[in-house]
Write a protein that binds this ligand. Sequence first.
Ligand SMILES: C[S@@+](CC[C@H](N)C(=O)[O-])C[C@H]1O[C@@H](n2cnc3c(N)ncnc32)[C@H](O)[C@@H]1O
Length: 354
Amino acid sequence: MEVYATTHRGLEKITAEEIQELGGKLKKYSNGRVYFKCDEKLIDKLNYHARTCERIILLLKSTKVTGLEDIYNEIKDIDFSFIRPSESFAVRSKRVGVHNFNSMDIARVAGDAIIKSYQSSAEKRLKVNLDSPDNIIRVELIHDLLLVGVDTTGDKGLHRRGYRVYQHPAPLNPTIAAALLKISKWKPENILVDPMCGSGTILVEAALMGSNIPPGHLRECEKLQFDHKLKIMGIEKFRKHVKGCQETLSRLGIDFIKIKQGDAEHLEKYVQEADNIVTNPPYGIRVGRKSKIKKLYHNFLKTAKNILTENGSITLLTPQEKILKNTATKLDYEWTETPIIYGNLPVKIFKLTI
Ligand SMILES: C[S@@+](CC[C@H](N)C(=O)[O-])C[C@H]1O[C@@H](n2cnc3c(N)ncnc32)[C@H](O)[C@@H]1O
């Protein structure tokens, strides 16, 4: 079967590695999509185990198109007889690039084409159910590339892990948190610190990863068996976030992660050593915040040097490339960078070493 996974643009390589590790045969990746071959069993496995994928889509057609009429004709040619006559469907559409129509137009045209195709092969008019369809057909137009597929994940993307008890104002997407951990190369035996942990997404993803608990376990409410020997710690400046984070951890039954209220500008006050610092600091993109961010990034990277072990590293995500690079240069760090698109914001993942 030809399948593709969606992820954040820039994370395709990380997602491709994850899919290969789980057994998929990689074909290529681009534009936040990773194309691979796999069987039906593996589709279920990926939906259950993948940490950095957003959705898994069974590819029905991939072709270049010039406009709406073309989209209609290409979809009308697809065989939709795998949908039972009693079942309903809905089209979910997405568009990337410049077009003189919107994604609603794509959904409308695609819906008509699916009904027409089914009528000519099964002589039956398929039912549309936009709220809870039996089959979700994904139609994506990435510039001039049309992708049509069956969404095997469903309307709830795989990033919706369902463990948040507390709503932080700027929570990190769990798939990105998992990708940060993969880029950091953190191993379960290493000491991990998130010094600006907010509601604790990175900490929870690490606890799951380090205990070999697939995200699907959470969705199916299975009993979670964490590895209580993991050495993970969080620091957060504001009490309400500390409390919120602790609520999420205790709901999950995680009692081995210590959260301290503290300041990432003075890490040695709270932590003796860390092998991996993985964090999602404030971005300060609102007006008037830049000088605060400069000071925070400078003091954080300076104090981090006092606790990092010999082969230690800092992995972080920020759109403040210039501030980060200037600070890292002044403090003699070396780094690698991975540009990604987070929402619509271009940000970079930096991995810093001494
Ligand atoms: C982008 S948020 C992190 C969100 C987190 N990854 C999550 O998923 O909830 C950045 C966090 O850094 C915290 N913060 C800001 N300055 C800090 C400092 N000097 N020391 C520790 N935490 C700080 C903020 O309160 C905020 O919770």
